[in-house]
Design a protein around this ligand. Sequence first.
Ligand code: APR
Length: 171
Amino acid sequence: MAQIEAIQGDITQLSVDAIVNAANSSLLGGGGVDGAIHDAAGPELLDACRKLGGCATGAAKATPGFRLPAKWVFHAVGPVWDGGNRNEDRLLASCYQQCLELAREYGAHSIAFPAISTGVYRFPPDRAANIAIRTVRAHFEASGVEQVQFVCFNFETFQIYERLLSIPAIA
Ligand code: APR
């Protein structure tokens, strides 16, 4: 049974097999967690991302972690919140599902997710956390992942995840 937990902290510090980046479709870096990951990984990460040719919203692509303690970075492109009627929920769920698929392909047994799309992309944090938890619970077993961490950068997000994780999965 995988361990699925929320922690508060900086995802770039985690010595896990894979950390997930909340990237944009160019995969050429940005601010927020994207900027932090590129800063910590060093310039080789951007070089590797340049070779990926971008990434569609709802999809994810893998690179090594370079100077990060994590072995891999799975760059996921979340949806920009636009009111909720433009497939945002489905696209966000797809980011989590695609990252678990990458974990299976790359043999990653521990994975850490930031709260994708809830910063610059303005996705409501509680709605996003619900989608994240539901999607991970539904797909982690097929991925071979044994440890999932939802890494919350602020206390408000951490409290949302803690509350939702305390609600047992519907059998
Ligand atoms: N560790 C963990 N979480 C972090 C970190 C960090 N070091 N830095 C920021 N976060 C959190 C934010 O607090 C937020 O909860 O990551 C979550 C996602 O916020 P953003 O990084 O703004 O990502 P997102 O909303 O998906 O927007 C993506 O922002 O940085 C650009 O290039 C990126 O264009 C893309 C867009």
